[in-house]
Ligand binder design. Structure first.
Ligand code: FAD
Length: 394
C-alpha cells in the first residue's frame, strides 16, 4: 500500500516516520513544494526549536489553544506532550524543560530534531520528493491508497482553494501571534523595556491577557500582546489591526494602585515623583508615564500631588489606552489562525468527511496555539493520530 504526504514540514515528517514504525510495509512518500524540507523547524524558537511544553501551568487546553482545543483534548488521550517528550528521547533527541515550561532539545539547536527526522526517514526508506507542489486532490487519490495533507498554515486563502474545491469548509486564514504598532515616538524611546505581569485588553471587547509586556521600537510585543493577538486574531484582522489597546502596567486593580500611591505619598512626602517608582515599574517607563500625565509638574514632590493628579496617575497606571496603527509579524514565531474547518474532518481519525482516505494534520487544520511549543505539539499530536488512523484502515 502507498501513502502520499503532502508537505515536508513538522507534521509531514512526524506522520511519515510514525506510519512506517506502525506499518513497515507501507510505501510512504513525502511531496514537498520547496527545495528544502523542515524549513520552519530550522528557524523555530530562534533556531532552538521549542518543540513542546510541559503543560504544567495549563489546566485547560483552551488557555493555550484559541482554536482547536476541544479536538486536541480528545486527541491528547492518544498522543500528548508526555508521549512527544518520550518519543524524542527514544529517538535520540535529549530534551530539557525550562523554568517557563518550554521544552527544547538539550543541544539548544533545531538541527538536532531535523537530523533525527532525516536519519529516521533514510533508515525507513521514506521517499522525499522536493520541488513538487500539489494542488489536485483527485489526481493524487488516484495514485495512492491514502493521502495526508500537511501543508501548514496558508496565510492566503488561494492556497487552500484546492481543498475548498473538494468540498472542505475553510475558515478564512488570518495571521496570529502578531505584535502591535503604536505611533508614539516617546514610547518607542523605551524600546527594550519589559514590564512583568502587565495586563492588555482590546477596549470594547472581552479580549484580554496578561504576562510580560515588551516595548519595542515600533510598539508593543512580548507574551502578553502575542497571546492577546492570538485570541483576538479575527477581531484584529477585521479591524485592520487598528484598535484601542488598554494597558494596565501594574496588573493590579484601581483601588489597590490608589492605595499604593497614597502609601508612597505618606512615606516619601519630600521626594520628587520620579525618584520613587510605584509597583516596581521600570524607571524609564515611570518617567514617561509621569511626563505624559503631569507634563511640567512631573518632577513635583509627592506631597504636592493634588487629588485630580492622583486620579490621573491611577488611571494611566491601570488603563493607559493606545490606538494601534497596524501589526508587525513576530519574528520568532507566527502561525495562521484558520484553515481546513474542523467540521470537515472526523474528530477521532482526522479523515476528511468529503473524500475517503484523505487526512489532515498540522497547521493546515483550523488549530493554533499561543507561543511556548504548543503549535509543534499540535503538529505531533495530529500527525500521530493520522498515522494510527491509516494503520487502522490498512
Ligand atoms: C519563525 C517561526 C518560528 C516558530 N517557532 C515555533 C516554536 O518554537 N514552537 C512552536 O511550537 N511553533 C513554532 N512555530 C510554529 C510552527 O513552526 C508551526 O506551527 C509548525 O511548523 C506547523 O507544522 P506543519 O507541518 O503543519 O507546517 P510546516 O512546518 O509549515 O510545513 C508545511 C510544509 O508543506 C509545504 N507545502 C505547503 N503547501 C504545499 C503544497 N501545495 N504542496 C507541497 N508542499 C506544500 C511547505 O513548503 C512546508 O514545507 C514557528 C513558526 C515560525 C514561522
Amino acid at each position: 500500500m502507498r501513502t502520499a504526504i503532502v508537505g515536508g514540514g513538522a507534521a509531514g515528517f512526524f506522520l511519515a516516520i510514525n506510519l512506517k514504525e506502525m506499518l513497515p510495509a507501507m510505501e510512504v512518500t513525502i511531496l514537498e513544494r520547496s527545495q528544502r524540507v523542515l524549513a520552519k523547524v530550522e528557524v523555530s524558537g530562534g533556531g532552538r526549536c521549542n518543540c513542546t511544553n510541559s503543560f504544567s501551568s495549563v489546566t485547560d487546553l483552551s488557555q493555550v489553544y484559541p482554536r482547536g482545543h476541544r479536538l486536541l483534548k480528545r486527541l491528547f488521550r492518544v498522543f500528548d506532550q508526555r508521549d512527544a517528550y518520550a518519543w524524542f528521547e527514544r529517538h535520540g533527541v535529549r530534551l530539557v524543560t525550562q523554568d517557563d515550561d518550554c521544552v527544547f532539545p538539550a543541544s539548544q539547536d533545531s538541527h538536532t530534531i531535523i537530523n533525527c527526522f532525516l536519519a529516521e526517514a533514510r533508515r525507513q526508506h521514506i521517499n522525499i520528493c522536493t520541488g513538487v507542489r500539489v494542488d489536485d486532490v483527485a489526481s493524487l487519490m488516484s495514485q495512492y491508497d491514502f493521502v495526508c495533507v500537511c501543508t501548514g498554515g496558508s496565510p492566503r486563502p488561494e492556497g487552500l482553494r484546492w481543498l475548498a474545491d473538494t468540498g472542505h469548509a475553510i475558515e478564512p486564514p488570518v495571521p496570529s501571534l502578531v505584535t502591535l504598532s503604536i505611533a508614539d515616538e516617546a514610547l518607542h524611546q523605551l524600546m527594550g523595556t519589559v514590564v512583568e505581569g502587565a495586563q492588555v485588553a482590546i477596549s470594547g471587547t472581552k479580549l484580554r491577557s496578561e504576562g510580560p509586556l515588551l516595548i519595542t521600537h515600533w510598539g508593543f510585543s512580548g507574551p502578553a500582546v502575542l497571546k492577546l493577538s492570538s485570541y483576538g486574531a479575527r477581531h484584529l484582522a477585521d479591524n485592520g489591526y487598528q484598535v484601542a489597546l488598554a494597558v494596565n502596567w501594574t496588573g493590579q486593580r484601581e483601588p489597590e494602585v490608589l492605595q499604593a500611591l497614597q502609601q508612597l505619598i505618606a512615606e516619601n512626602p519630600q521626594k520628587q515623583l520620579p525618584s520613587v517608582r510605584p509597583c516596581g515599574l521600570p524607571t524609564r517607563l515611570w518617567d514617561y508615564l509621569l511626563a505624559k500625565t503631569l507634563g511640567e509638574r512631573a518632577t513635583n514632590r509627592w506631597q504636592n500631588l493634588n487629588q485630580k493628579e492622583l486620579n490621573r496617575l491611577v488611571n494611566v497606571l491601570t488603563n493607559d489606552v493606545y490606538q494601534t496603527a497596524g501589526r508587525a509579524v513576530f519574528k520568532d514565531e507566527f502561525v495562521t489562525c484558520g484553515g481546513v474547518s474542523l467540521a470537515s474532518v472526523n474528530p477521532s481519525t482526522l479523515e476528511s468527511r468529503h473524500v475517503p482516505h484523505l487526512f489532515f494534520a498540522g497547521e493546515v487544520l483550523d488549530i493554533d496555539g499561543v507561543t511556548g511549543g504548543f503549535n509543534f505539539q499540535a503538529a505531533w499530536t495530529t500527525a500521530y493520530t493520522v498515522a494510527q488512523s491509516i494503520c487502522a484502515k490498512s
